[in-house]
Design a protein around this ligand. Structure first.
Ligand SMILES: Nc1ncnc2c1ncn2[C@@H]1O[C@H](COP(=O)(O)OP(=O)(O)OP(=O)(O)O)[C@@H](O)[C@H]1O
Ligand SMILES: [Mg+2]
Length: 326
């Protein structure tokens, strides 16, 4: 069995709020186990908890409950200084944007993480120049972030993430703000690092290409992993290759298309149960109305106009089932 690079148990996160809409439970007991050298994608609708998960896993945010183990060390038990050191030598982050320090030029931005590790300024700058060259940014090393295009900024951010030779890269929609050409270049670089340097990746994405790079994808919905997908994942039709997850609390969440097919929300009697097998019988349940996918989005009132989409194309909310009116 390969060693885990990243593991979490019973991860919960609640954003506390005094406002009227109250607390938001963003993560509801997540278990993650990533082996060294794996590439895993996280897919799911807007607001499902993807960014919250990345921040908790990377030690940028303390989860409300649960533990996170990075490279064999339980992060939730480390002191501030120990946590910083473990993060510095193991993991790098790439966000969709805002990864760079605005007052430093490209090469200083890239050199900075090495300097923090105590590498001499001269050596750090030399390595930064080499990394920027690898990313096709050699001609812009003296530019401030504000003078660079979005794609160029992201390439500098990636150089900054790679300079410390991390074993794990946590990326939150890293190609989301890039044009298709730059996006493909970034992905090619990720593939190279994955195959040739054994770097592990956990990537939040909506992109088909990025998800296809991953060995498997985890589907997040309302703070729970509802399913896992293999390497051949189709992000536009997740129903094709979905494997449902029953978590350690016994919770299983049915994606809306499956809920439609079995007849909707209601009570089900348990039929056959055997190792690896469970059948549910809903027909005998009285009072269960006919269900269908909502025709308009409850969050933003987008009109689905007869489509069978399961995520609102306008605001990204999950599309719920509603009872068919008689
Ligand atoms: N700082 C915060 N305070 C309160 N609630 C928050 C905060 N950040 C996120 N949330 C809420 O937590 C839930 C999960 O948010 P998160 O940003 O993790 O979603 P996401 O899957 O990354 O969405 P997106 O695809 O839009 O980036 C959402 O309901 C969101 O409104
Ligand atoms: Mg997000």
């Amino acid at each position: 069995m390969q060693e885990s690079i990243l593991k979490s148990d019973g991860l919960y996160h609640v954003y506390e709020s005094k406002a009227e809409d109250g607390n938001v439970v963003a993560l509801r007991g997540l278990h993650v186990d990533m082996k060294e050298g794996e590439a895993v994608a996280v897919v799911g609708p807007s607001g499902s908890g993807k960014s919250t998960l990345m921040k908790c896993l990377g030690g940028l945010m303390k989860p409300s409950a649960g533990s996170v183990t990075l490279a064999g060390k339980n992060m939730t038990r480390l002191t501030g200084q120990e946590l910083v050191q473990l993060r510095q030598k193991t993991v790098s982050f790439i966000f969709q944007e805002g990864n760079l320090l605005p007052d430093l030029n490209a090469r200083d931005n890239v050199a900075q993480p090495l300097r923090h590790q105590g590498v001499s300024s001269r050596k750090a700058l030399k390595l930064a120049d080499a990394m920027l060259e690898r990313l096709g940014m050699a001609h812009r090393i003296n530019a401030l972030p504000a003078m660079l295009s979005g794609g160029e900024q992201q390439r500098v951010a990636i150089a900054r993430a790679l300079i410390t030779q991390p074993r794990l890269i946590l990326a939150d929609e890293p190609t989301g703000a890039l044009d298709p050409v730059t996006s493909r270049e970034v992905l090619a670089l990720f593939k190279d690092l994955h195959r040739n340097d054994g770097v592990s990746f956990l990537i939040v994405t909506h992109s088909k290409e990025v998800a296809a790079f991953a060995n498997r994808s985890l589907e997040l919905r309302d703070g729970r992993f509802v399913a896992e997908h293999g390497a051949e994942v189709d992000v536009e039709d997740l129903s094709k290759d979905r494997e449902l997850i029953i978590d350690e609390t016994g919770t299983v969440t049915l994606p809306p298309d499956l809920l439609v097919r079995i007849g909707g929300a209601g009570r089900y009697t348990v039929g056959n149960v055997a190792s690896g097998y469970l059948s549910l019988q809903g027909e005998a349940v009285e009072g269960m109305g006919q269900m269908e996918l909502a025709t308009t989005c409850p969050a933003c009132k987008h009109d689905y106009a007869g489509s069978d989409e399961q995520e609102c194309p306008s605001c990204g909310s999950s599309r719920p089932m509603v009872e068919v009116k008689a």
